[in-house]
Design a binder for this molecule. Structure first.
Ligand SMILES: *Cc1c(COP(=O)(O)O)cnc(C)c1O
Length: 436
């Protein structure tokens, strides 16, 4: 078993090959006083920390507004007229998309409706949506209400796939079986690429192929995937994906969402979707012509003039990834490797505790590197809130989902193995106390 003592932690930190991001983040004052190296922010899955780059971009936006007024649209570091296009390099890198396939716009839940309007096209007998039983509430409410405004019954039209009884993760074979059994009557297959409670990564490529073989459209929610796991959406051939800017992308609470849509759709002049002036070709936008002329790229789905400050904050978050790739041989492989090393260190730390108290908790996140990102979740029957509070009170910032799951994530941009080592010691004591 992997050593998890302080020496092993320091060794892992000193041999990291990841270059660059260490000075990008403001570590929040977690407890009174200055940041203590033994405290840690394990909550990148819920709200990322503030990148220095976002602060700079926000300051630039404020001074450009103050000093330029309307001229800010076309002058300055980041002219507002095309500010959304500055997100393209980062989003390409993170989604594995082409330049035409990515767009910074709206927030995730808005993008779900926009994409469903285009890609959920019920016809005759084909009107089902196959999705996860345990989907994030916003996704469930989004799909349910979307069906209702089209006069369809969510009860009749949604097929849910859930973990088997006694299990915490989905089986790919069960998702594929649902597609096999209902595919001919299904218009849309829609799953979270990374499950928000268990941290399980789904096999996007396999699910995409199975859904498309049955003639269904297929989309993924990237809320817990963008900035967390490598994606190759273009190669995998998925139809669309929607993402969130404030979790692993560190773009600040709220806006800064994104979408990825395959080239075969964005370049199709016949594609029908909701539109507005920001989806019009920017070269003819101000001709104020009568008919919508969509630009043949993902930004054809954009509706409004991008909100300047959300865009600035989100772009700062993307800058971190672009810089990381630039510093590490042009790819994010070093970042993913560091994330995996930290995750395995956390997993070994928690597994060592588990061996001593096997009945107190379970690790529910799959250990296979292809099946997890930065998050590791513990199932602690009925004790999650108590454990969350005990850890947070001591500066180990984690969260609880429901009564029984504690989520911990090791974002490689700011978490160290040494922090994980200190965390493990306290976690052990706290679990021992709750078990009494
Ligand atoms: C965080 C999250 C959302 C919410 O996104 P908004 O940008 O606030 O709409 C939706 N789905 C999943 C799976 C999430 O984790």
């Amino acid at each position: 078993m992997q050593a998890v003592d302080l020496d092993a932690a320091r060794h892992l930190d000193s041999t990291s090959t990841l270059i660059g991001p260490e000075n990008s983040f403001n570590l929040p004052k977690i407890a009174e006083g200055s940041p203590d190296p033994s405290q840690a922010y394990f909550l990148g899955h819920s709200l990322g920390l503030m990148p220095r780059q976002s602060g700079q971009r926000l300051n630039d936006a404020i001074s450009s507004w103050r000093e330029r007024g309307i001229r800010g649209h076309f002058e300055g570091q980041s002219p507002w007229y095309r500010i959304d296009e500055e997100a393209i390099p980062g989003l390409k890198l993170l989604t594995g998309g082409t330049e035409r396939e990515v767009v910074l716009m709206n927030s995730l839940s808005v993008n779900l409706h926009v994409m469903m309007q285009a890609f959920y096209r019920p016809e005759g007998d084909r009107k089902l949506v196959i999705m996860e039983g345990g989907a994030f509430p916003s996704d469930r409410y989004g799909v349910q209400t979307h069906l209702r405004v089209r006069d369809l019954s969510p009860q009749e039209c949604i097929v849910e796939v859930s973990p088997r009884s006694g299990e915490h993760t989905l089986r790919t074979e069960d998702i594929l079986a649902a597609i096999e059994n209902h595919g001919e009557k299904t218009a849309l297959v829609f799953f979270g690429a990374v499950q928000f409670v268990s941290g399980q990564v789904l096999d996007i490529e396999k699910i995409t192929a199975a859904a498309q073989a049955k003639g269904c459209k297929v989309g993924f929610d990237l809320a817990h995937a963008s900035g967390n796991i490598p994606l190759k959406l273009h190669d995998w051939g998925t139809d669309f994906a929607i993402g969130c800017g404030y979790k692993y992308l560190n773009g600040g609470a709220g806006d800064g969402g994104h979408a990825w849509i395959h080239e075969r759709h964005v370049m199709n002049p016949e594609l029908v979707h909701l539109g507005a002036w920001w989806g019009n070709d920017p070269d003819t936008r101000f001709k104020m012509q009568h008919e919508f002329e969509p630009v043949l790229r993902a930004s054809r789905f954009a509706l409004s003039n991008p909100p300047l400050f959300s865009a600035a904050a989100a772009l700062g978050g993307l800058d971190v990834f672009v810089e990381s790739a630039r510093n590490n041989g042009g790819s994010l492989d070093a970042l993913w490797q560091r994330r995996e090393d930290l995750w395995q260190f956390l997993h070994a730390t928690v597994s060592a505790i588990h061996e001593k108290m096997p009945t107190v908790f379970e690790i529910i996140t799959p250990a296979d590197p292809k099946e997890h990102g930065a998050m590791l979740s513990l199932f602690v029957q009925g004790k999650a809130v108590e454990i969350e509070k005990a850890l947070c009170d001591e500066g180990f910032i984690v969260d609880a989902r429901g009564d029984s799951v504690v989520r911990i994530s090791v974002v490689p941009l700011w978490v160290s193995a040494e922090q994980i080592h200190h965390f493990g010691k306290r976690l052990h004591e706290i679990l021992a106390a709750t078990a009494l």
